[in-house]
Design a protein around this ligand. Sequence first.
Ligand code: CDP
Ligand code: MG
Length: 759
Amino acid sequence: QPARAVDLVEEESGAPGEEQRRWEEARLGAASLKFGARDAASQEPKYQLVLEEEETIEFVRATQLQGDEEPSAPAAPTQAKQKESIQVVRRSLPVFPFREELLAAIANHQVLIIEGETGSGKTTQIPQYLFEEGYTKKGVKIACTQPRRVAAMSVAARVAREMGVKLGNEVGYSIRFEDCTSERTVLRYMTDGMLLREFLSEPDLASYSVVMVDEAHERTLHTDILFGLIKDVARFRPELKVLVASATLDTARFSTFFDDAPVFRIPGRRFPVDIFYTKAPEADYLEACVVSVLQIHVTQPPGDILVFLTGQDEIEAACEMLQDRCRRLGSKIRELLVLPIYANLPSDMQARIFQPTPPGARKVVVATNIAETSLTIEGIIYVLDPGFCKQKSYNPRTGMESLTVTPCSKVGLGLSRVSMGRGGEQASSEAASASQRAGRAGRVAAGKCFRLYTAWAYQHELEETTVPEIQRTSLGNVVLLLKSLGDWGIHDLMHFDFLDPPPYETLLLALEQLYALGALNHLGELTTSGRKMAELPVDPMLSKMILASEKYSCSEEILTVAAMLSVNNSIFYRPKDKVVHADNARVNFFLPGGDHLVLLNVYTQWAESGYSSQWCYENFVQFRSMRRARDVREQLEGLLERVEVSLSSCQGDYIRVRKAITAGYFYHTARLTRSGYRTVKQQQTVFIHPNSSLFEEQPRWLLYHELVLTTKEFMRQVLEIESSWLLEVAPHYYKAKELEDPHAKKMPKKVGKTREELG
Ligand code: CDP
Ligand code: MG
């Protein structure tokens, strides 16, 4: 089949151009040269790449996406007065020529859908225009939501700089566990989840004059729920302006949803983008990425590179590999700055990707899909795309949520991965609507996109669009929130105004879980405990655990566990050259009982060290994760009073801590059977993650924090429990009978039965 890809290539692009020739050269040149000492023969020809032959990736140029502008060299940044140059840049953005027209449209319509490609200035400029126009005069604010924390922070910082104010004053951001706003803040960038929580304290959003739901095309769960709520508020607050900003062609859907609201199109500047596919499929895309980056670096004219990977682990691994190879190549290649970006990266590190590349060097940004549309990085000419992303999926029948690496959809690719402010696939598909042309000043230039899969795979194996998150996630959180907003008639969730409704079973299961957790009564009404759970900005199970710590007098410890669980599996680090030391250090923290107690132990020891960074360094613990855990812990502690939990410590009686955790997570339990672990209720086969402190112990009963599907269904963060505790904390959910231990008395009778009977 791949032969067709080649046909396609030849049909569309004709004779191989200059680029193809360079690739060929690079490949041929590489054949005779090797890494390391043996390549002394190198005579330094320009395109001779020092790679082993089998490591070279062959690309074929498939299509050129037409732009409506001629390629031009990127303009040199004005080094004059920074303030002046920032204003020059502002005026050069595609949205600028439409400022007046846009403001007029906003004045004339309550709801406006705004469409414009990445980098056109939607996020940074439109809120400023509204500010300049006086929309914040009467002590009201403008909210602009972002699906991602990183985007909210970086965009707020950028806008603060453009306005010449200190971040947190007039311009601020608000993300979970971090509020960088003040009384003075009028432009508030926030995650969509944070705006959703605002409804709890202010159901009519009275303190906002404008709400801009940005990156609407991402269709995150929170954004989708916001649509329904905001549509409702807009009906009884005619003076509220609602802007829905999106990068895609999906805008017609948004328009229909908001009673045919007009769509305002910001024509983008489109520069041609050459798309390359690999000739043959790549087995190891990580390795292929690293090799391709080096190929681009060695063979291609100046311009930075953006690589898309699926998550932190992969990104760190790729960065390490790249740095390692660059070190080995030494002065044979020009300097290559390797910069990672992912959500958990501390903001000072994140900021580095926006810094201009020093002359003579090249920058490679290795990113998650965070950089697809929410971030625009100047100077990117080359995009390298393996075509995978991490996607959450949810099985309402089993209640299992899993995060898996899956091929991206074409929409994700077309739109953003190619574009990055350089034109993109929508350029061709949308060319008809691009009658108005705006951009002039050539800040951007033509780009190249290298896809690490074949053209055939693109055409035949990728889905057209991504399923909205609301249809592939658990809804416990959101249902609890909606229930707390119940006074204005959305009690009946089935009739909530969804852009795309979630599966019926998912809603039902969410209600069932909330009932099991005691958040809802048998009539489906919010209980006192449910109201408290909604107050805490964490998952219902985690909320429940915190509430239960009152009963077991161990809120100090539980707060720590909750905070540590919130920082996302990034507590320990494991440098490649010190794997043994790192693993020993980790094992030293093990406590009988399981991973939650290990987390508690790490935090407690760190606190005893005076929150020392040196201590972290010595123990192979990530200081920044710990610092974040400390922040989260402080914030949660501040909320305890509101949910009527008093501070108390278990004084070393960890059974109490484990019971409190069980009170929240009794839904996530597994027992050891003859054929390994099975979840208690659904009888799913699951495995203890090899990193767990209980990996070798294999206790009979355990509870897990989450299930992650990689090669198997792994339970991450597991805790040993006793089955009797389940009856103690959730008598309404478990029957004594189903908790009888098969190994104790029943099991022997079963011996000798067929495998089918054993299940
Ligand atoms: O939202 P949209 O993708 O339409 O564009 P934007 O995020 O407002 O970005 C407009 C321009 O601002 C980009 O092309 C970047 O030059 C600049 N920008 C930046 O330098 N740093 C950021 N954190 C965000 C934007
Ligand atoms: Mg944007």
